[in-house]
Design a binder for this molecule. Structure first.
Ligand code: B12
Length: 211
């Protein structure tokens, strides 16, 4: 069902990709399945980039197609899952990294489920996370990063939160394409999530337990 969407994304056929995504959604496909298909297409785009077959403009085009598909999905997720103020989550992409499509998906899924989210954006240094924790007082802090260099930024951010005396006040989750349990251990975060739904589950678990 989703193969033609994946193909169109990988082959950079923007109109066809958007048309196919809309068709799938109109036919009642689960928005999360459509997003998963997009992610697997991005894997292949990334691989072509690594092999030197694709270049930066291809990554940019891929990002743009994905952004537009996320925009299509947003209202559907909002419609299907509603909730009331359940807790605060602070989220941002760590220093040195400007990827934000995945983070934005995490944000809209959390908001759709009734969490109050403050998104501090991309390329955010550790100090900005600390500043925002002091101001916003979230239960959960989420850090996103797709580059391998983001691992060090995440580690530094966890350390800085600890040095600021705020580590016991928040649970920290990390996520982004290359994150694994090993990376989580390295950074000192409490948990990691492979996708937005995993992020939502963590936030639910943490806010219910301490509520
Ligand atoms: C689109 C794209 C871009 C776009 C990003 C646009 C944007 N607004 O985000 C642009 C063109 C800007 C870009 C730039 C670069 N990119 Co780029 N990019 C990609 C690409 C193709 C797709 C990323 C994406 O959006 N995926 C889809 C989303 C939905 O997936 P996701 O982000 O992983 O998010 C999901 C989960 O991970 C999770 N998640 C995400 N965050 C969080 C947070 C929490 C808390 C939780 C729980 C879960 C979670 O939930 C999301 C939804 O399910 C990837 C390839 C790939 N395999 O990912 C390369 C990739 C990430 N890029 C790469 C590179 C090298 C670059 C550049 C350095 C290229 C260059 N030479 O300039 C620059 C870096 C700029 C910088 N400083 O950050 C490499 C990274 C390699 C590495 N080991 O570090 C990749 C892996 C490509 C590759 N295979 O070589 N890129």
């Amino acid at each position: 069902m989703t193969e033609s969407l994946v193909r169109a994304l990988v082959e950079m056929q923007e109109d066809e990709a958007l048309r196919r995504a809309k068709e799938l959604l109109d036919q009642g496909s689960d928005p999360m399945t459509v997003l998963e298909a997009c992610s697997s297409a991005m894997e292949e785009v990334g691989e072509r980039f690594e092999k030197g077959e694709y270049f930066l403009p291809h990554l940019m085009m891929a990002g743009e197609m994905l952004r537009q598909i996320s925009e299509m999905i947003k209202p559907m997720v909002r419609e299907s899952r509603s909730g009331v103020g359940r807790g605060r989550v602070l989220i941002g992409t760590v220093k040195g990294d400007i990827h934000d499509i995945g983070k934005n998906i995490v944000v809209f899924l959390l908001e759709a489920n009734g969490f109050e989210v403050r998104d501090i954006g991309i390329d955010q240094p550790a100090e900005k996370f600390v500043e925002a924790i002091r101001e916003f007082r979230p239960r959960v802090v989420g850090m996103s990063g797709l580059l391998t260099l983001a691992f060090d930024s995440m580690k530094k951010t966890v350390q800085t939160i600890e040095e600021a005396g705020l580590r016991n006040e928040v649970r920290i989750m990390i996520g982004g394409g290359q994150i694994t349990e090993k990376v989580r251990e390295y950074t000192g975060a409490d948990a990691w999530g492979p996708d937005a739904i995993a992020g939502l589950k963590l936030v639910r678990q943490w806010t219910e337990r301490t509520a």
